[in-house]
Design a protein around this ligand. Sequence first.
Ligand code: XMP
Length: 514
Amino acid sequence: MDREFESIAVMDFGSQYSQLIARRVRELGVYAELFDCHKGVDPVRAAKPVGIILSGGPASVHEKDSPTINAEILDLGIPVLGICYGMQLMAQLSGGEVVPSPHREYGRREVELLHVADTPLDGLSGTLDTWMSHGDQIERLPDGFEQIGRSDTCPVAAMANRERHLYGVQFHPEVRHTPKGMDILRSFVFETCGASGYWTMDAFEEVMERRIREQVGSSRVIGGVSGGVDSSVMAALLASAIGEKFTALFVNNGLLRKNEQEEVAKALDEAGVKLEVVDASDRFLQALQGVVDPEDKRRKIGHTFIEVFDEVASQHSDADFLAQGTLYPDVIESTSFKGPSAVIKTHHNVGGLPEKMKLKLVEPLRELFKDEVRELGRKLGLPEALVGRHPFPGPGLAVRILGEVTAERLSVLREADAIFIEELRHAGWYDKVSQALAVLLPVKSVGVMGDARTYEHVIALRSVDTWDFMTADFSPLPHDLLGRVSTRIINEVKGVNRVVYDISSKPPATVEWE
Ligand code: XMP
């Protein structure tokens, strides 16, 4: 691992916010990365960070086997900030005492600031609005530490040992519910640790590419590209790092949007990625014959994908690695946040492939959030149309066709979807909403065209606004825009005589209809 970049090490004790801490530090212009506490102090020492942050965590320092770290982490001569569990651990490792608190504190709390000069809280005064989430608290400070903040129920809400540059806060400065939290992190990073703040996405790209080269040596790496943002950015990064040694496989499952294969190939070509395209649409359609249950569809699609990918990939017998565009939210979904998409995502992508193919994984985007990935994509030369694209589910249009997936129904949905997206773009709404899609319903309804009675398909339009896709509101699209879309779909898509707009929120509805 190379570390010519000034960095902050975030020691991860399992908090759902650990990566958010790293991300906030990166927002300040300093590279930050997570270290697994189980791997001990050595990797941190080797990284030569300018500062260390001990994250929060769900455990109690009293529990047997609770995550911990050797006390020498506090003696490296590097400033340390402990957050929540991290502060309690710091106190315990330094000889203080942590006890279960009589009142579990969860939510907003006011912290009264005491003598905060020369600490990361320097410059703040009076009381501080904070976000707390803890069951233990510090009963006795270790020698050399001073209480610098307290709340009604938590005597040591912040502590400092100025001489050793060790600081702790019981609250979470990384979350937005602590409005001055960024000031504290900024002060720790720049004043306490003396960082200069020159980290940029260019630097990240350079570090990542070098790490990829170190990891894979002269082996071939195979990666599945779906046309979504994550896998495209992963592919562009791999191609930039190892050139011809990266093979980008695009499996056309026949469940794609209109012109998708051509558009993806062209966009990736601009970023130096040559796609190896496999047309397996017939095979997927066959696998989906007679299947109506949504989870069955996902399973069939997932299995077929693995089969096809495996067949094609095994022709590249020199491949030792499989690259995936896993992002940080995908990682936490499987650990801390248990949103519905956690369950959903196990069914698609290439789950199961690495074991089956005995390939080692390369996941260069694991530390990034979606917007950081988009920024990296732009740096790598991917066109805006691809980088700013709405998410599209792995099982594609199959989960937007309620009932059986057939070639005819796919074609109806594909055309309707293309019209909706085109009109959204024309009206300047595409970038304002988070995800927009059309759904083909399993019912027919009566209509009239000319003088004749019709009995045809219904298309539902769905557009949502959301920050994290775990909750979402329907987008308040203008009626004239919806009217235009409806008229065009009914006139231009054969077999559709009715269009409706979905005005449900998530929860209780989901974004996709299946
Ligand atoms: P839901 O429907 O769960 O969707 O509200 C939330 C987000 O996840 C996407 N989604 C999927 N993505 N495979 C995927 O890769 C799936 O099976 C799947 N189902 C839903 C959905 O498009 C939305 O962005």
